[in-house]
Design a protein around this ligand. Structure first.
Ligand code: AGP
Length: 615
């Protein structure tokens, strides 16, 4: 959840690092800092707050030129967002600079030992201990990569570290345990970053560092070793994201851009997965059909929006395959001592592929002998690397912290997995699968249609900007949609928003309903399970009778809701299980617009980071 950049080459290290940090600022923006090798020593600058504060500092007090350097944008874990706690951290002699992503769990013990040896630690962070330890080890071996390996052997927890030393000219060293670190290999230069977006303007040849590995960057190349010093095999890959794809493309925010990209993201996620006959071809799911036929339980683990996608997936998996499906908050999963074995298929859903809660959950599942299938949007990230198989969503880079296109593509991937399970187990006939795929193939156009009719939703959002609370109701697959709508509003507008199963309202939450309270209701299709539709219409009447202002999301042609809707938002008619793909979109637009009306920064909401790589 921090952004890290390292560079060695012939360009201005400061320019390369600062441009890279700009691309990574979404990963955390509590503080930022840089360090460059210059004049036989290190020159550094760091400031609390967003990157712009560091840019101002560098304008006022420029650093000397250097072609080797590192940089960091921080999401605070240990120690508040202050100048002193900003990275890079240095040893007392100022000969080492180190930046860090993760948490060093034994830092207190190490800090006490260092103090006993006369080191003066000046920050509240866990990271600073690494600078002092590196200084000690380097003074003994005069090899920064070896010093890093020795230090990593003493650390516990999750850490990605990048360091430079004044006495190791034109060398940058990185180490990785759990948190992401990618190497960019250029001509006579090399890069290190938390995310390829930091260096794809310079090179598209990347190497994903593996667990417990150290990389040494020099102008003429990189060397990767395991923590024990043995050589590690590297697997370069080509980065196919355009730099422009990581820019706003003319939209006021990444979030608006990404909402607008959803039709393409949905279509792209289907691409190459349907053969000419209309059947599914999920070759990348490297779990054999025979094994999938043995599966007797599916367990989905995820966090936040990805968890809501899992809740929807449950309905599809159970309906199409008749396999029991549990959906678990990843942060709770392993602590409840789940019942897993070789016949459990665990599905880990994650946009970033770096969410520590989800990563630790899948590790636990694998320790129990279960197969793990990742559904992920980030190529080469940790979660798919540690899973038995992966089904990548093809949403492209999702920069805004609030997840939108990743959510829709997670749903598409989940539907594909459910259909694939049905296909290999024979619980869905070929023609049935083709029918669902045909429906899925129409969704992209239907999402486009929804996006074209969002102006009334934006007007409504602006009119509610002064409200303190909005409730969201849904039934069946509409219930997770209600939860997702509430989460969007919470994380963007910083207001109380809560999603409920509509049938649960009468068991307590209806006490919240008062005059003019906005309540958004996601109405299931009347063509699906009419009983659900009739019940939710009753729910709307119940809340309206108590003064609620009803905002009803209902499919075109559903006239039964009209008398009870203060605001009616139409969505295209879709099959029951696929409705979340179109119903979620107005809620994304609603939350984004209301937050904007409140003057909030929608791409980087307060207190949040795009990838939460600590537990
Ligand atoms: C959703 O808008 C948030 N950004 C957050 O809930 C996110 O979905 C969650 O942290 C999981 O992230 P992941 O998909 O990268 O694992």
């Amino acid at each position: 959840m921090c952004g890290i950049v390292g560079y060695v080459g012939s360009q201005s290290a400061l320019d390369v690092v600062m441009a890279g940090l700009k691309r990574l600022e979404y990963r955390g923006y509590d503080s930022a800092g840089v360090a460059v090798q210059a004049d036989g020593g290190l020159a550094a600058a760091k400031r609390a707050g967003k990157l712009v504060n560091l840019e101002k500092e560098l304008m006022e007090r420029p650093l000397p030129a250097g072609a080797t350097g590192i940089g960091h944008t921080r999401w605070a874990t240990h120690g508040g967002p202050t100048d002193a706690n900003a990275h890079p951290h240095a040893d007392n002699a100022g000969r080492v600079a180190v930046v860090h992503n993760g948490i060093i769990e034994n830092f207190a013990v190490l800090r006490a030992e260092l103090a006993e040896r006369g080191h003066d630690l000046v920050s509240e962070t866990d990271t600073e201990v690494v600078a002092h330890l590196l200084a000690e080890e380097f003074s003994a071996c005069a090899d920064l990569a070896e010093a890093m390996r020795l230090v990593c052997g003493r650390l516990e927890g999750a850490f990605t570290l990048v360091a430079v030393h004044a006495d190791a000219p034109d060398v940058v060293v990185g180490a990785r345990r759990n948190s992401p670190l990618v190497v960019g290999v250029g001509e006579g230069e090399a890069f290190l970053a938390s995310d390829v977006a930091a260096f794809i303007d310079h090179t598209r040849s990347a190497i994903e560092l593996g667990q417990d590995q150290v990389v040494e960057l020099r102008r003429d190349g990189v060397r990767v070793t395991h923590f024990d010093g043995t050589g590690a095999e590297v697997r370069p890959y080509h980065v196919d994201w355009d730099a422009s794809a990581a820019e706003k493309g003319g939209y006021a925010s990444f979030m608006l851009k990404e909402i607008a990209e959803q039709p393409k993201a949905v279509a792209d996620t289907l691409l190459g997965r349907i053969d000419p006959s209309g059947s599914l071809t999920l070759d990348e799911v490297r779990i054999g059909a025979a094994e999938l036929r043995e599966v007797d339980k599916v367990v989905i683990v995820a966090c936040g929006t990805a968890f809501h996608a899992g809740l929807i997936a449950k309905y599809a998996i159970e309906h199409w395959t008749r396999i029991p499906c549990e959906v678990e908050l990843a942060s709770e999963f392993r602590y409840r001592d789940p019942i897993l074995d070789g016949r459990s298929l665990v599905v880990a859903i994650s946009q970033s592929g770096e969410t520590m809660d989800t990563l630790m959950a899948l590790r636990h599942a694998r320790e129990q002998g279960s197969k793990v299938l990742a559904i992920c949007n980030t190529n080469g990230s940790t979660i798919p690397r540690e899973s038995d198989a992966v089904l990548y969503t093809h949403a492209g880079p999702e920069v805004a912290v609030a997840s939108t296109k990743a959510f829709l593509t997670q749903l598409v991937a989940c539907y594909l997995v459910a259909l694939y399970l049905g296909q290999v187990r024979g619980t869905k006939w070929g023609d049935e699968i083709q029918a669902v795929i045909k429906d899925l193939s129409r969704i992209s156009v239907q999402v486009e249609r929804v996006l074209e009719t969002m102006e009334p939703v934006r007007e409504l959002a602006r009119s509610l900007a002064d409200k303190d609370t909005v409730l969201f109701l849904g039934r069946h697959v509409g219930h997770p949609v209600a939860l997702e709508g509430a989460l969007k509003l919470k994380e963007l507008a910083y207001m109380h928003a809560e999603g409920f199963a509509a049938g649960e309202l009468k068991h307590g939450p209806i006490a919240l309903v008062e005059e003019d309270l906005p309540v958004v209701v996601v109405v299931p299709s009347p063509r699906g399970r009419s009983v659900l539709h009739d019940k939710i219409v009753s729910n709307i009447q119940e809340i309206r009778a108590r003064g609620a202002r009803t905002v009803v999301i209902a499919e075109e042609g559903d006239e039964a809701v009209v008398p009870y809707a203060d605001h009616l938002i139409r969505i295209p008619a879709t099959p029951t299980l696929l409705q979340p793909l179109v119903a979620a979109v107005p809620l994304q637009v609603f939350a984004c617009e209301l937050a904007t009306a409140r003057g909030n920064e929608v791409d980087q909401p307060r207190n949040l980071a795009k990838s939460v790589t600590v537990e």
